[in-house]
Design a protein around this ligand. Structure first.
Ligand SMILES: [Fe+2]
Length: 196
């Protein structure tokens, strides 16, 4: 049985950018539903007690396993997203990732612009990511439940750009949500920890 992992902070910790109300629905309803759906879909199959990452890698791109892939990846993506944010985060990074950002993008400001643009131009539902691809850092976007590690890219941080992530707080203003997450919430300690 897969379980809903606890949030790394209190539901109101990301206010005023992300309200407790949004977290309550996003975590308590959306994330939980992906966990419940996954448990129902893998019951009695070879995936029942497999690690989440293995399920995601083995079902990616397989039309007959789309239901399992979508729910497993959304469970993983949301847990990664919660950890990608913290109260008092955002802004310029520190640690090893700071020099890697400068090397890959030229400056923090260039990185910020690239991540924001990726998030805002993802058509429909999806995710914006900072990933490590070999030794290089890249910004990528994925649609729906897709996750970069199935293509060999190591996720470092993510921003959920499904409407359920911001509609209660910012309504249709995805750019306002994305920029506020980048400026005030990104957890650079988590990104540093994820570097391989
Ligand atoms: Fe979400």
């Amino acid at each position: 049985m897969f379980t809903l992992p606890p949030l790394p902070w209190a539901e109101n910790a990301l206010e005023p950018v992300i309200s407790a109300n949004t977290i309550s629905f996003h975590y308590g309803k959306h994330h939980k539903t992906y966990v419940d759906n996954l448990n129902n879909l893998v019951k009695g199959t070879e995936y029942e007690s497999a690690p989440l990452e293995k399920i995601i890698n083995e079902t990616a791109g397989k039309a007959d396993k789309a239901g399992i892939f979508n729910n497993a990846a959304q469970v993983w993506n949301h847990t990664f997203y919660w950890n990608s944010m913290r109260s008092g985060g955002g802004g310029k990074p520190s640690g090893k990732i700071a020099s890697m950002i400068d090397a890959a993008f030229g400056s923090y400001d260039n990185f910020k612009k690239e991540l924001s643009t990726a998030c805002v131009t993802q058509f429909g539902s999806g995710w914006g990511w900072l990933v490590q691809d070999g030794s290089a850092l890249k910004v990528v976007k994925t649609a729906n439940a897709e996750v970069p590690f199935t293509k060999g890219q190591k996720p470092l941080l993510t921003i959920d750009v499904w409407e359920h992530a911001y509609y209660l707080d910012q309504q249709n203003k995805r750019a306002a949500y994305v920029d506020a997450v980048i400026d005030k919430l990104l957890n650079w300690d988590f990104a540093n920890k994820n570097l391989g």
